[in-house]
Design a protein. Structure first.
Lengths: 216, 396
């Protein structure tokens, strides 16, 4: 009969109305600034630069190769390569970014910079409360603002960070083995005391491997 | 029982208050002052009810959708209407460069004025009618029909095709539903024999076996009330008939080009119009200010009137939370092919009720005629596609 559907609909809304006062499960609202739900692990919004150890400038993984700058679809990354070289975590001299700016008002959170980075230096952050009263300067983040520790990375994306650390450790073990093989080869040629001189590089690796052991 | 004089005083508290205030003035001024006081009271009370209605709507709709609704301003969000009012007052008032500034300014003012004029004849309690007019109902409908002019003024003066389209839709809808609105009220006039809203309430303010003689408790009155409610919903542009101002498609329709306080005036006009038409519906079919049971006669009459109005507002909100918006063709078909024929039939049924005399026969005959007509028209309408889902001839 005409109007049956309307009555059914009215009954449904009435049920919801009463139910919202009776059952707590119905109300899914989270009162945001006071209450928060933990972000899921895959959450991502804007990129940050990972550094190892305690000093953000010394531990910066970025070597200013500028691949991310070239790949960035909205062109929100600006990098100036350094003139000099600094030793990286391995002790190998590398370029470093003299300037690394990301305009997060332009960034579209596509994660392509993360995909293309060969040094695991840029990762996605989960910080979303970025509102500012200065819409130009306030949203243009420089390298100091972008630099965040590996511990932070472990904190926001534990699984992913563990994988990255394992991979880096593997690579480092490989380079170490290579260096050791080279050193052994050199040692085989020369006298025995020379092998001890090769030992220091292996110690430099230690701080990088440390987070992984924390995870385990 | 409760002391009679106190009950009477409580019932007439506003009248006594008015007389007391007026008594301080010289005799020559008293008549004017009393009218001004009444007008001020109406202009103060109904916007306050409007604020309550908006809050109820936002909270109620939220709960129907399992949300909390506004809860930040004050305890439980009770001061939200104040915040909204302040916001609309402080907003920039933008007039489009090609708009007709005079008409653009007058449209919301005119709407608010005519909407408030309707209250002049509504009996809001025993002896609480501003103007005791013999043709009160006629005056009310004349004022109600003037809102269409305001809508069209707004749409036309904005010089925006969407505003104009919204205004055209609104005017078409309001004129279409004006006919059943009037026709369903005419049945009441036929039975009462008067256009005076005071007399209509007086005719319903009688009790037999402790039950009231409200018109809704008769077959023609029930049908009339249902049809009146449908027409009133459409007349006030409320969901599901809110397509002239559909937020999601027309961006407020005829008042797209209004901002700030003028926008708020349209909003106010709409809600105050809703309160006013609820008041009229209560007066015509729900016994106005009379109590629902004879033993509740000691409760002040104005409580019943405002209670009935707020109850209707709750039903409006419930309907809005439930029904999706109609399409223009569905709306028109429903008005002209379903509601209007039924109101015409209801007029005949009311006449039958009048002439079949007292007795059980008229209950059976009148109910049967209306029920059969409703079911049959529903079936025929659905089959021919006048109402219900639309059949596409070429698509698929």
């Amino acid at each position: 009969m005409l109007g049956e559907g309307i009555l059914k609909g009215l009954a449904e809304t009435a049920r919801n109305f009463v139910g919202s006062y009776v059952s707590k499960e119905r109300m899914t609202t989270v009162q945001y600034p006071e209450e928060r739900i933990a972000p899921i692990e895959a959450t991502r919004d804007f990129p940050f630069l990972v550094y190892d150890g305690g000093d953000w400038q010394a531990g910066m993984r970025c070597v200013a190769c500028q691949i991310c700058e070239k790949e960035c679809p909205p062109k929100c990354i600006y990098i100036e390569k350094s003139k000099d070289k600094k030793p990286d975590a391995l002790g190998k001299p590398q370029f470093y970014p003299a300037k690394f700016d990301i305009d997060i008002s332009v960034c579209m959170s596509c994660q392509i910079c993360v995909e293309v980075c060969p040094f695991e230096a840029i990762k996605m952050d989960t910080e979303f409360e970025l509102s500012t009263t200065d819409r130009f300067g306030g949203l243009l983040l420089d390298r100091h603002q972008l630099a965040k520790s590996n511990q932070h990375y472990h904190h926001i994306h534990p699984t992913e960070a563990a994988e990255v650390d394992a991979r880096l450790a593997g690579e480092k073990a490989k380079t170490n083995a290579k260096a050791k093989a080279a050193a052994d080869a050199a040692a085989a040629k020369s006298a025995a005391p020379d092998t001890k001189a090769v030992a220091p590089p292996a110690k430099v690796v230690a701080p990088v491997v440390k987070p992984e052991s924390q995870e385990a | 029982m409760i002391d009679k004089p106190i009950v009477d005083q409580l019932d007439q508290v506003f009248i006594l208050l008015e007389r007391w205030i007026v008594s301080f003035l010289p005799a020559g001024w008293q008549a004017v002052a009393s009218v001004v006081l009444n007008v001020v009271a109406i202009i103060a009370v109904f916007p306050a009810l409007f604020a309550i209605a908006v809050l109820l709507e936002r909270k109620g709709l939220g709960r129907m959708q399992n949300r909390l609704g506004p809860n930040r301003v004050g305890p439980f969000g009770l001061f939200q209407p104040i915040a909204d009012g302040l916001k609309s007052l402080t907003k920039e008032d933008i007039v489009p460069i090609s708009a007709d500034p005079v008409v653009h300014f007058l449209a919301p003012v005119f709407l608010v004025v005519v909407v408030f004029m309707g209250y002049a004849v509504l009996p809001m309690g025993r002896n609480m009618t501003l103007v005791k007019m013999d043709a009160g109902l006629l005056f009310y409908f004349a004022m109600g029909a003037s809102t269409e002019l305001s809508v069209f003024m707004a749409g036309w003066s904005s010089r925006n095709k969407y505003s104009l389209l919204g205004a055209m839709r609104a005017v078409a809808q309001m004129i279409s539903y004006e006919v059943p609105l009037l026709m369903s009220s005419v049945a009441v006039v036929m039975i009462t024999g008067s256009l005076s809203l005071e007399k209509i309430v007086a005719a319903q303010n009688q009790y037999s076996y402790g039950l009231p003689h409200w018109y809704i408790f008769t077959p023609w009155g029930f049908a009339g009330f249902a049809l009146f409610a449908v027409a009133a919903t459409a007349e006030t542009n409320r969901s599901p008939f809110d397509l002239p101002e559909g937020e999601s498609e027309l961006v407020a329709g005829y008042f797209t080009e209004y901002s700030g306080f003028k926008f708020a005036e349209f909003f106010l006009g709409e809600y105050v119009g809703m309160l006013s038409i609820s008041g009229l519906g209560a007066t015509l079919f729900l016994g106005g200010w009379s109590a629902p049971l004879a033993i509740l006669g000691w409760v002040p009459s104005w409580i019943w009137f405002f209670g009935k109005v707020m109850l209707s507002i709750c039903v409006f909100i419930w309907l809005r939370g439930t029904l999706p918006r109609l399409r223009q063709d569905q709306l028109m078909n429903f008005a002209w092919k379903f509601v209007l024929p039924l109101t015409l039939l209801n007029l005949m049924v009311a006449a039958m009720w009048r002439f079949l005399g007292e007795g059980w026969e008229r209950w059976v005959i009148c109910s049967a005629v209306l029920l059969i007509a409703y079911v049959a028209m529903g079936r025929i309408g659905m089959r021919h596609g006048h109402i219900g889902t639309r059949k596409y001839r070429y698509a698929e």
